[in-house]
Write a protein that binds this ligand. Structure first.
Ligand SMILES: CSCCC(=O)C(=O)COP(=O)(O)O
Ligand SMILES: [Mg+2]
Length: 227
């Protein structure tokens, strides 16, 4: 029996191309200007210090910007980078430069599950702020009221079993009553090791019935046995 669903974003509810071709380039193009203008804001200042801690040395603002750009280019899931990206995307969403992409089948199922009484959570490498912005600005309107909570890399990396142990403890739900949805096998392996049920979104390829986690290419195909 499933009590709650925890979903990934990129490649699962939302297109990889939206993240890679819209969000990441927008953050890259606006990063230097944003950091220079906000370097003394307490929140940004703390994030810039976290970058220095992460690399293990004191860097100038220019060096921090270069490091952040390198991490964007390498798609590194480093917590201060993900937090800064969220702050930069905020302006893009508010100005209407882009909308948060959500596949129609995902939007429909998320609404249906919520109305059936399931609790829905997000677990993404994007910061909680970025997650709320994406689901708050979709072509189906604001989907954030459908979610009961959000997790990002502050709880741990998505390929680490301990992160899923922590999520289950925080939710107060036995892991075997939690369903995790993702497009990345290593994330699903970690969730399964923690006792979660798992479904693998393949989106652009035909599901493989022999795969280690049940594969589907649309939320429409997601179902489970009712105990
Ligand atoms: C919150 S949208 C931006 C997604 C993002 O920054 C990212 O790194 C994708 O991570 P995910 O864990 O959703 O695959
Ligand atoms: Mg993903």
């Amino acid at each position: 029996m499933i009590k709650a669903i925890v979903t990934d974003i990129e490649g699962t509810t939302s297109s990889i191309l939206f993240v890679k071709d819209v969000l990441f380039p927008y953050a890259r193009a606006n990063l230097a200007d944003y950091v220079q203008r906000h370097a003394n804001d307490p929140q940004v200042k703390a994030l810039l210090e976290d970058v220095c801690t992460e690399v293990g040395e004191q860097l100038s603002t220019g060096q921090i910007i270069d490091q952040l750009i390198q991490w964007i280019d390498e798609d590194k899931k480093v917590t201060p980078l993900k937090s800064l990206q969220g702050l930069i995307w905020e302006a893009g969403y508010r100005q209407g430069d882009f909308k948060g992409h959500v596949y129609p089948d995902a939007a429909e199922k998320i609404k249906a599950w919520k109305s059936q009484g399931l609790d829905l959570y997000v677990y993404s490498s994007g910061s909680v702020h970025a997650q709320k912005l994406l689901f708050g600005h979709t072509e189906y309107g604001d989907l954030t009221p459908l979610f009961s909570g959000y997790f990002d890399t502050h709880i741990g990396g998505k390929k680490d079993r301990a992160s899923y142990d922590n999520i289950a403890v925080q939710l107060g739900i036995p892991a075997n009553q939690l369903l995790f949805l993702s497009d990345i096998k290593e994330e699903l392996d970690a969730a399964k090791a923690a006792g979660f049920q798992t479904i693998w979104l393949t989106r652009d390829s035909t599901p493989d019935p022999q795969a280690e986690h049940r594969q589907v290419n649309s939320f429409e195909q997601i179902s489970w046995a009712k105990a």
